[in-house]
Design a protein around this ligand. Structure first.
Ligand code: NCD
Length: 332
């Protein structure tokens, strides 16, 4: 209950015995969005991710997902998401099959629905990355097997958001109450931001700052979600945000998605050593990666640069997710 205590969560609200003793974690059939997740869910994910870390460090893994098969259908490029899902599966004794849109029947015009039904015959769950927003939801509607959204166009990227929020939790040593999180860059098309904002909005007294080029504002439905949660975001510049920020979440400009005629002055959304000198000593810098030039490589050696550690946290979170989705009741 560490997270809940640290955030002064009113435990009488809705805790049930099963969740409090962490004998099981919420095991939704599909994972499409972070919209309905709660602090209790996060507390459980974090508790289990810590255990996965210990397992990997001590033994490399185990066989709890032996004979389980995970299908990865990636219709967009990926390095971290696809590799970490595969590594998570292998470390738990399971196997993976992989398709992309170039070397599969997608190339011959097969519909998403038919591909999903096909993969469901061979695999126990399907991880889908697709360039069109809403495609994971569409896949879930026809799939007998759990669908895990690994990024649907400019929509959401819930597993990245879980690893991002776990990174914040670990790096801040659980002290997230009243922190300021600044999101910088292309907030219109960065699906990782869309999913993460919904999770950090659960923290008490959170302050959210958005720093984005004109025309690349965060979508209005996410602002509406924040308002419902009682969070009023601020909009400002890097210069103004840097000194008050505890978590700086950088993103690249998603050029492959931008359809508007927008010219971005990238120097205004770039983190360099001068800005780092003005930042808090305990600030952390995050980035879902890949980066372009929005974080100067000179910052990589700064202990505040958390973006490579972020990837490692992702492995443990994805191990937890796979265990929860592929086994009915994950016991500790
Ligand atoms: C991101 C993605 O694919 O949305 N990367 C990731 O999954 N780690 C970020 C991006 O492409 O900019």
């Amino acid at each position: 209950m560490e997270l809940l205590k640290k955030l002064n969560y009113d435990q009488t609200q809705s805790l049930n015995a099963e969740m409090t003793n962490r004998k099981s974690i919420p095991s939704p059939k599909h994972l499409i969005t972070t919209q309905n997740m709660s602090l209790i869910d996060l507390d459980n994910y974090f508790f289990r991710a810590d255990k996965m870390q210990a397992l990997v460090k001590e033994k490399g893994g185990d066989d709890r997902l032996k004979h389980k098969v995970l299908a990865l259908a990636f219709y967009e490029p990926s390095t971290r998401t696809s590799c970490s899902f595969q590594a998570a599966m292998l470390r738990l004794g399971g196997s993976t099959i992989f398709i992309n849109d170039t070397f599969s029947s997608v190339k011959k015009g097969e519909t998403l629905e038919d591909t999903i039904k096909t993969l469901g015959i061979y695999a126990d769950a399907i991880v889908l990355r697709h360039p069109i927003k809403g495609s994971s939801k569409k896949a879930a509607e026809v799939s007998e097997k759990p669908i895990i959204n690994a990024g649907d166009g400019e929509g959401e990227h819930p597993t990245q958001a879980l690893l991002d929020v776990y990174t914040i939790y670990k790096e801040m040593r659980g002290n997230m109450q009243g922190i300021t999180i600044s999101f910088v860059g292309d907030l219109k098309y960065s699906r990782t931001v869309h999913s993460l904002v919904k999770l950090v909005a659960l923290f008490s007294d959170i302050k959210i700052i958005f720093v984005n080029p004109p025309g690349l504002e965060i979508p209005s439905d996410i602002i509406d979600f924040l308002h419902i949660k009682g969070v009023q975001p601020e909009y400002t510049t890097m210069n103004n945000a840097i000194e008050v920020t505890d978590v700086l979440y950088m993103t690249r400009i998603q050029r492959e998605r931008i359809t508007e005629d927008i010219v971005v002055d990238t120097t205004l959304y770039r983190l360099d050593q001068d800005l780092m000198k003005r930042a808090k000593q305990k600030m952390i810098v995050m980035h879902p990666l890949p980066r372009n030039d929005e974080i100067s490589v000179e910052i990589d050696d700064d202990p505040r640069a958390a973006y490579f550690r972020q990837m490692e946290y992702g492995l443990y979170i994805r191990m937890v997710l796979l265990e929860s989705i592929l086994t009915k009741t994950a016991t500790s």
